[in-house]
Structures are given as structure tokens and as C-alpha cells.
Design a protein around this ligand. Sequence first.
Ligand code: ADE
Length: 224
Amino acid sequence: MRIDIITVLPELLKSPFEASILKRSIEKGLVEIHFHNLRDYTDTKYRQVDDYQFGGGAGMVLMIEPIDKCISKLKKERTYDEVIYMTPDGTTLNQKMANSISLQKNIIILCGHYKGVDQRVRDAFITKEISIGDYVLSGGELGAAVLCDTIIRLIPGVLNDETSALTDTFQDGMLAPPVYTRPADYKNMKVPDILLSGNFGKIEQWREEKAHERTEKLRPDLLK
Ligand code: ADE
């Protein structure tokens, strides 16, 4: 998968891709990440990418021209499956969306900033608008990092244990069951006996029950 990220703050986005699973996915050649600084697509003296909004009002708006130049250049080089815009008024990201995006080959992610982008960018270029939750970030960069993390870990070969992503919370519409590791008894806080029994049929059944219990208690909306 190839991900092209368009941003005014590439430095804010680099570190998540320089550690752990995301780093490894790039090293294994399973994912390519390309950052595009919007300021490289403007001819103006001060590399201006934003301007005041027509009609008045507080806050700057990202201009259409540099975004058009960047997206058009990329589209000349290859076909893109999605051009995603990170914005608090987009569709809220969930596991189902992550699963579907992780199947794509080439995607562009545009990070909003300030008051957002000129509406004509959204009308002309964007195929999907995504929010990571009902709160406002200073820009789309952290949202883009969250989106990338959630999709990249689903790409086959990225996680060492192939089944690990499949048993994640939300993956089957339920929260994951509780997990334990050594020691089996810590200051008299004991691991459930069933997990030490070696009876994998029973363990699987117990996990399903616990996943259901936990979902019912913490996220009953998921069971509807
Ligand atoms: N940009 C600002 N707030 C955002 C949010 N909640 N999700 C995605 N992008 C954003």
C-alpha cells in the first residue's frame, strides 16, 4: 500500500512512522509513506498556503491552488483509490472503515489546518471525509497518524502474529476479552483457572463469554 500525505506540518507526522509496527511495515516493504509539504506547491514569495475567508470571519483557510497542484501531480503518476480529507465534520472513523481502507492500493490523505480547506477542494478532489472523533484538533495531522496506524496494522504481514489483528477489540463487533500474563498469582491476585487448564475449547468458550459480558457492560450499543 502507498500512502501520500499532504500537510503543512510534515514534521508533526514523521515520528509515528519511525517506531514499532509502522516502522517495521515500511522496512518490510509492505507500506510506502510519502509526505508532501503543501508549501512546496506554491509560487508565492512567502510560500503562502492559506488566506482569509470570503465574507469575513476568524480563521485562515487553506487555498485551493497548492492543493490542486499537489493532488494533480500525484494523480498523473498513478491512480488513487481514495483521496481522504481529515476533518472534524467527516464520518467518524471505526474499525469497519479501517478494514475497507486497508484493502486499497494507493491513497492520498489531506490534512486540514486552521479553519479547514476551501470548500471547492472538498467538492472537486475528496472521495472520503474522515473524523477521528467529536473534538477539534489543531490540524488533521494527528488524525492522519491515527488513521494510518489503524489501517496499516491490518495489512497482511504487518503484524507478526497474523491472527492478532483478527482478535482485536471491535474486529467482530465486540470488545476483546481480558488478557493475562505471568505471574499466575501476583500478591494473591489470581489469573482465572480456566486459562491455565490447557483446555483450548473451554478457553475459547470462556473468552467469547467474557467478550460478550464486557461488551454488554461497557458498550451495549455495539450489540444492537
Ligand atoms: N482535524 C481537526 N479535528 C479533527 C478530527 N477530530 N478528526 C480528524 N481531523 C481533524
